[in-house]
Design a protein around this ligand. Structure first.
Ligand code: UDP
Ligand code: MG
Length: 313
């Protein structure tokens, strides 16, 4: 491996020991068939199973597996990709999942599109093979993202994507924390494109994302790329205060004309509780942004590498 690779493949791995053997068996023939110099970089994102042993063996056996990054804990898929991005050497970088939901056989499609002059090619899953809930929740969040950020993407959750080197360098330089890599890439791209790619059922195991983690991830996406939630909230708060002001005028008028009244006390409570809950949502929302700023200001390292297996070029 003297000359720098033309293509870098980046794969985050979290408890995938049952999927890795088949991934290796399907990935390398595809890459070998491309006729380009390539490298594969794996990040082990704090797996509790034997994933790291399998990756170590790959690194020992194959010169094109140039790098295995072993995190000390679970930092999430996007951080795992970020760590690999910091070490890629290829001109084009392709990310995919380790669970074979993104068929490696689709990689040439992305590369073809890149060859047509695009600097970023995102895949979108043609027939999604996920649970009903995941598929529809994902449609909903794609819609919300569309409305609140200026990011246009058919399928933000599809990680089968190709990036040109300058885009990956920009992502690394951005130093973003809690980020959503496909959206960040989009924001740096001058000429993005999309291609439909096949989607398969997870080969083994279950998704590593719990409901809570999916909510967090999408919160990061929206608050990381847009101030729209704060602005919508402010507008809504303005409407509420205008409404309350009118109510106060009406009540004051009635007090003067009719005199003291007792009825309507619980209506008032209802309104009050509503306004208090709106305030609480607002405080939470501001907290999200303050939290993000706090993380940036604190500037603590984003992840810790326990072991780094690297083939020196
Ligand atoms: N993954 C990771 N860290 C995590 C969760 C997932 O590195 O905390 C990896 C995982 O091993 C897989 C990819 O990210 O290669 C997608 O994860 P998963 O299949 O669980 O997500 P889903 O397909 O359900 O969105
Ligand atoms: Mg998956």
């Amino acid at each position: 491996m003297s000359a720098a690779p033309q293509l870098s493949i980046v794969i985050p791995v979290y408890n995938e020991e049952l999927n890795l053997p088949l991934l290796f068996a399907r990935l390398y023939p595809v890459l070998d068939g491309l006729g380009r110099r390539y490298e594969v970089i794996f990040t082990n994102d704090g797996s509790a199973d034997r994933s790291i042993e399998l990756l170590r063996a790959q690194h020992a056996a194959r010169p094109d597996v140039t790098c295995v990054i072993d995190f000390n804990a679970n930092y999430g898929q996007h951080m795992a990709i970020m760590a690999a991005f910091e070490r890629v050497r290829g001109d084009i970088i392709v990310t995919l999942d380790a669970d074979l939901q993104n068929p490696p056989e689709e990689i040439p499609k992305l590369l073809e599109k890149m060859a047509a002059g695009h600097d970023y090619v995102g895949g979108y899953r043609l027939e999604r093979q996920d649970s009903f809930f995941r598929t529809y929740a994902s449609k909903l969040i794609n819609f919300v993202r569309e409305k609140t950020t200026s990011i246009e993407m058919t399928d933000q959750g599809c990680m089968l994507r190709a990036y040109s080197r300058p885009i990956v360098d920009a992502i690394v330089r951005s130093g973003a924390i809690n980020t959503f890599i496909p959206a960040l890439a989009y924001s740096f791209s001058g000429n993005p494109a999309e291609v439909g790619v096949k989607h398969e059922e997870r080969h083994a195991g279950v998704s590593n994302y719990s409901f809570y983690q999916l909510v967090r991830l999408n919160f990061d996406l929206i608050t990381g790329f847009s101030l729209a939630p704060l602005q919508y909230f402010t507008m809504f708060a303005l409407l509420c205060s205008a409404g309350s002001f009118v109510l106060v005028l009406i009540l004051a008028g009635r007090r003067l004309i009719i005199g003291p009244e007792e009825g309507g006390l619980f209506t008032l409570f209802g309104i009050l509780f509503f306004l208090i809950s709106v305030t609480m949502v607002g405080i939470g929302l501001i907290g999200e942004y303050v939290g993000r700023s706090y993380q940036v200001v604190r500037a603590r390292q984003r992840y810790h590498v326990r072991e780094l297996l690297e083939t020196k070029p």
